[in-house]
Design a protein. Structure first.
Length: 747
């Protein structure tokens, strides 16, 4: 058979006419040479049927023609074409979800482009897919064409968006140990709620559902269930309600905890005992996949810091089925001896290469460490400069060399505009800001702000270099001017101008330190001649220089929403020139997961402060601690403590404790970001450092206590809380309040 085919082709080639001339007709816009360029035949070629068919296909594939004919007449190759029309304009009708500009980006056809029915049909499908991903799964897209001058076509995409499909309910089957509310809170898919029109977080997406299944599995794996599986994630669409009903079927498996923890190493000279401080898998604590991974990574890093750069740590787990425990042995072995040959950086058009390279704890020529590689990628993502960070490793020029490729996709790091602010002391205010988090592409942070409240005006400048002189040290300067009107909180006004310089650096794991020094000049104004004597006696302006330090230790599972661990802060500063003071404050908070699987978290907070006048005199009232809701709730800012007339003198020492239990609100959708809390506060306020002759009221009772309940909101503006308080112990001169809005912080 092959010989017969070969013979037929040979006969065809023998009797095929030779192309002597090429004739092109029917073309108006496309010149002859362009048409000929698509042909599989040239002058002098034999015009076989296969070559003619190939030429016809090529002309159609060009997209320029709606009909094509290629034939031989004697020795002339005749091409007759009919051109596709040109698009004069592309319009959209009925679109509300997407703007015309966004729709234009979704389609291939464009003004002055070639019109083909296939291309327009594909563009209509692309628009439908975009709407479907946005939750509009009943959308329909049709096209309308109008022929205008010069046979050009106007194309209009007519869009019937329909109603956006909602997610009516998300349910779980098989979750005996972890509540629905906790599982819903970790999903990227959310039930529809009153604010869905604003947040657009209730869009069903099949890919997102797959991610949610993995998030549920990992959530269980971090809470003692190593064998948990999501057996299915099924979304059923109810056409009558235009809504999805989603159900996750879960097999939890057995709950495990950690048993004996040990370290084994084959590396001579390695101090294995020094690695124990990095272990997060403590005996008796529930099994956690993240704790295992972080422990191994931190131990590998600590081994590298001991000089063993190629050390690799992997946990070996021995399951005790009867006791429901995992005994863990961390194996520390010598890994492959690899070196970094080159680090390539791609995709950064604005950010300097060195800003990216410095986030890795190795440079070209250094030993390669996978733990440092993963940490560097996380650090790059945390910068907030990039929408995507991809890091991969490939073989270098020799077996012991690797090349690291870092691919980034930059995003906007500058912002300007207006915003709202709030503080318990000043109340609500507005602020206009200009901020750049990657100044000149060097990773520096620059901020200019102008703000004000009903009784104050502020002007701030801030500049921070996060890696001063290439070291893991941040340095910055802040300058400000602040004016507070008379009568806002006191019978006098203030006008302050000052600056400070600061440096900060990590000390050890979870512990960081900062140093600061600055100067402030404050002028006190009295327009109504009713300022207290301790103000009028100052003579107008007061100068002060200050220098101090701050230590922060933070070991919580989540900085924004902690549920376990503790945080501590110690700050001391000396204030000189017109004062001679040492100010000390310490704050701490301990978080306890009471019912972590159901979102019930307890915390105990403690704080204390003291001001010492080093010259043996008394502390001036303008340098005291001013008590507010941050110390004890239920009292107004500037509304309690020792007073001189209506002016709050502040305190020179205080001690405060608070106990709180936070819990999810059972009937509120998790997408609202709302939770509740009950609490009790107590504080001692001391004024031993003040001139007792200045105190006219507010010091009869030095203890304050209150109880209350709160609504917590993880809002787009940050974590806010509204506190409803009942005061138990107070002074007769105190000003109390039932409700206060504050910002949720670690302390």
């Amino acid at each position: 058979m092959p010989s017969q085919i070969s013979g037929l082709l040979g006969v065809e080639a023998a009797y095929a006419a030779t192309v002597r001339t090429i004739s092109v007709t029917g073309n108006v816009r496309v010149d002859d040479s362009t048409v000929i360029s698509f042909l599989a035949l040239r002058k002098g070629d034999n015009a076989t049927s296969s070559k003619i068919d190939e030429s016809i296909d090529a002309l159609y594939q060009s997209g320029l023609f709606s009909s094509v004919s290629v034939s031989m007449s004697g020795n002339t190759l005749r091409i007759v074409v009919k051109e596709n029309p040109i698009v004069s304009s592309v319009l959209f009708e009925g679109n509300n979800k997407f703007s015309d500009a966004k729709l234009s980006d979704m389609i291939e056809i464009s003004s002055r482009g070639v019109y083909t029915e296939a291309a327009v049909a594909q563009d209509a499908r692309n628009i439908e897919l975009a709407y479907d991903q946005a939750g509009f799964n009943s959308v329909s897209v049709t096209t309308r064409t109008e022929i205008g001058d010069n046979s050009r076509i106007k194309v209009t995409f007519v869009i019937n968006e329909g109603d956006r499909a909602s997610i009516a309910k998300i349910s779980f089957t098989g979750n005996q140990s972890i509540g629905d509310m906790q599982l819903k809170a970790i999903l990227r898919t959310h039930e529809s709620h009153l604010l869905s029109w604003l947040f657009r977080d209730d869009v069903y997406d099949e890919d997102k559902l797959s991610v949610d299944s993995e998030l549920v599995r990992l959530y269980y794996a971090d809470r003692g269930f190593p064998d948990a599986q999501v057996l299915s994630a099924v979304a059923e669409f109810d056409a009558d309600r235009n809504a999805y009903f989603i159900n996750f079927t879960i097999d939890e498996g057995e709950r495990y905890e950690f048993g004996n923890i040990d370290i084994e190493t084959s590396i001579a000279g390695l101090d294995a005992a020094a690695l124990k401080s990095s272990i997060r898998t403590q005996e008796g604590r529930r099994y956690s996949l993240t704790a295992l991974q972080r422990s191994a990574a931190d131990m590998s890093r600590d081994a590298a810091h001991q000089g063993f750069s190629f050390a690799e740590v992997r946990p070996r787990l021995d399951r005790d089925v009867e006791a429901k425990r995992f005994n863990v042995t961390y194996l520390v072995d010598e890994g492959a001896r690899l070196y970094v040959e080159r680090i390539n950086v791609y995709g950064n058009t604005r950010t300097r290469d060195f800003v990216i390279r410095r986030e890795f704890e190795f440079a070209e020529g250094d030993p390669f460490n996978r733990t440092f590689l993963a940490a560097g990628r996380e650090a790059l993502q945390a910068l907030g400069f990039f929408s995507r960070v991809q890091v991969n490793v490939e073989q270098g020029t020799s077996a012991d060399r690797v090349v690291i490729n870092v691919v980034v996709e930059e995003k906007s790091t500058g912002s300007w505009g207006g915003g709202a602010s709030y503080s318990p002391q000043s109340g609500f205010g507005v602020e206009l800001t200009l901020e750049e988090r990657n100044f000149l592409g060097k990773g520096q942070h620059l901020k200019l702000a102008v703000g004000g409240t009903f009784g104050s005006r502020t002007y701030d400048f801030s500049f921070t270099e996060p890696k001063f002189m290439g070291l893991d040290v941040s340095a910055g300067i802040d300058a400000y001017r602040r004016t507070i009107d008379e009568g806002t909180n006191y019978n006098y006004g203030t006008d302050s101008t000052g600056f400070q310089v600061r440096v900060g650096a990590p000390v050890v794991d979870n512990l960081s330190a900062s140093l600061f020094a600055g100067f402030d000049q404050t002028t006190y104004t009295d327009t109504n001649a009713d300022a207290p004597t301790y103000i009028t006696g100052l003579g107008g302006a007061v100068n002060k220089a200050f220098v101090g330090y701050s230590l922060n230790y933070t070991d919580v599972d989540n900085q924004r929403d902690p549920s376990e661990g503790f945080a501590l802060n110690l700050t001391q500063q000396y204030v000189g020139i017109d004062h001679n003071l040492l100010k000390t404050e310490v704050k701490g908070r301990y978080y306890i997961p009471v019912l972590p699987d159901h979102g019930v978290i307890a915390s105990i907070k403690g704080q204390a402060g003291m001001i010492n006048e080093l010259g043996g005199g008394t502390v001036h009232p303008t340098e005291t601690f001013v008590p507010g809701p941050q110390i004890i709730r239920g009292f107004k800012s500037y509304g309690f403590g020792p007073k001189n007339g209506t002016n709050v003198l502040g305190v020179t020492e205080y001690v405060a404790v608070s106990a709180e239990v936070e819990f999810p609100l059972p009937v509120v959708p998790e997408a609202y970001g709302l939770s509740g809390a009950v609490w009790a506060d107590a504080a001692y306020l001391g004024a031993s450092g003040l001139d007792g002759a200045l105190i006219t009221s507010g010091n009869g009772v030095q203890t304050r206590t209150s109880v209350g309940a709160s609504i917590l909101w993880d809002s787009p503006l940050g974590p806010l809380r509204g506190d409803f308080a009942h005061v138990i112990d107070k002074d007769t001169a105190d000003d109390t309040q039932v409700f206060a809005l504050t910002i949720q912080t670690l302390f």
